[in-house]
Design a protein around this ligand. Structure first.
Ligand code: NIG
Ligand code: FE
Length: 423
């Protein structure tokens, strides 16, 4: 049976768990002595252990002995597929160069583009798989992966195909996002509008080949203008692809309001978001994806306007933004702590940000909570309450990981990846 195939409709009853379901109602969707029944890839029943109905069809019963169970974690913003790394650039920044200066002098994203183009398909896949396994070892069951380091039609397609291959070869759901409008490639120096014209023409082919689920752009002073972003979005809309945006990361371009006009699934980063942008996101139901790893690693000082987002009722997700330049983070659990410490989210807000709101940022209605009818994607933790995982850092006590009703070894994938791929 392949990793992706749904198991037969085997029913397993999981009993005596501390359940953080994130379903509406009680804080955390908390059930103190909870139980749930998985049927194949789905949750068939979730509730208090005392209310468990007698079920003669149950094939197996597992006593979780009070362990904490949460939905599988969802990393709604990654740039997982790329060649090389930027450790040298990290040293340059330590000596005083800024992220923008490095980008303007041909380093930054363009350095990763050169390394990505030089990598073979198998190399791109293997390095991305190694990173994905590290995320999975901490209970991650769904990730988003962006292109954006190919910046030429064939190379963008290779990166998206590597992301699709992750989903075929690992017990993991992968949503792909086309981010051709990430930076200007060297062939188009001085001709950003011509590049956007070209990038617009690639989308239909990506869609026809089943390579893309959404379209993103980097709207900023070192990225693309709102007018150029709008052209990419217009083509995405014509093709029926949802959009999202790297918005107001380094400056306020009013990108969030633009994205909201296109009904964006999410706007991401948002350190420089205005009140107008936040109101527009609320009106369009757009999720704010906050990225504390990039804020920390770039030593930003301007905080995303969390109180305004909270007051406006904009759902907030938290993601790693894993990429080689601004956030080489491979722990979504660490992002829980950073979201609380740096951005002052409550632990429950941070958790909703990697579960229910992260699912919404990807347009996925079948996951992110533990509830009957949703996917049986969950993690079992060596903890009594999810707050502990936001409180500790450098500590990821994932004990068991279940993807679509199938248990996968939570720890071994990362260790075996390191062994295989360094040899
Ligand atoms: O999300 N802001 C643009 N893109 C990435 C960084 C890419 C890079 O530096 O390689 C981000 O932070
Ligand atoms: Fe990003």
């Amino acid at each position: 049976m392949s990793l992706r195939s749904t198991p037969p409709d085997r029913r397993t009853c999981w009993r005596h768990a501390r359940l953080a379901t994130f379903a509406p109602g009680a804080p955390w969707g908390w059930i103190d002595d909870g139980a749930f029944v998985t049927e194949g890839a789905q949750l068939a029943w979730v509730g208090a252990d005392a209310d468990l109905p007698p079920d003669p069809r149950v094939d197996a019963e597992v006593n979780l002995e009070g362990a904490l169970v949460t939905p599988g974690l969802i990393d709604a913003h990654t740039h997982l597929v790329y060649g090389g790394d930027r450790a040298g650039e990290f040293e340059q920044r330590l000596q005083g160069a800024s992220y923008e200066e490095i980008a303007r002098t041909g380093g930054g994203i363009r350095a990763t583009v050169a390394a990505t183009r030089a990598a073979s398909d198998d190399e791109l896949f293997a390095s991305a798989a190694k990173r994905a396994r590290l995320l999975m070892a901490e209970g991650v069951t769904t990730i988003e992966v962006k292109s954006g380091y190919g910046l030429a039609e064939a190379h963008e397609a290779r990166c998206l195909a590597a992301a699709r291959r992750l989903a075929r070869e690992l017990p993991l759901e992968v949503r792909t996002t086309s981010l051709a409008a990430h930076a200007l490639p060297p062939e188009f120096t001085g001709r950003p509008d011509a590049y956007i014209d070209a990038a617009c023409t690639w989308l239909a082919g990506q869609k026809a080949r089943g390579l893309v689920d959404a379209v993103d752009a980097f709207c900023d002073t070192i990225g693309f203008t709102p007018a150029q972003t709008e052209r990419i979005f217009t083509e995405a809309r014509r093709l029926g692809l949802p959009v999202k945006l790297h918005a107001e990361q380094l400056s306020d371009q009013d990108g969030a309001a633009l994205a909201a006009r296109f009904g964006a699934l999410s706007c991401d980063h948002l350190e420089h978001l205005s009140a107008r942008g936040s109101a527009a996101m609320k009106a369009s139901g757009t999720v704010a994806v906050l990225l504390p790893g990039a804020y920390y690693f770039l030593r930003e000082t301007k905080l995303p306007p969390v109180p305004a987002l909270r007051d406006a009722g904009v759902p907030m997700a938290i993601a790693t933004d894993h990429n080689p330049g601004s956030s080489p983070a491979l722990s979504l659990v660490l992002m829980l702590n950073m979201a609380c410490t740096l951005f002052r989210l409550t632990p429950e807000e941070a958790w909703r940000g990697v579960t229910v709101h992260a699912a919404r940022a990807l347009g996925l209605a079948d996951r992110g909570m533990l509830a009957a009818g949703l996917r049986a994607d969950f993690a079992v933790w060596d903890a009594e309450h999810p707050c502990e995982l936001a409180y500790r850092f450098g500590h990821s006590p994932c004990r068991r990981r279940v993807f679509g009703g199938r248990e996968t070894d939570a720890a071994m994938p990362a260790r075996s990846a390191c062994r295989n791929e360094s040899s």
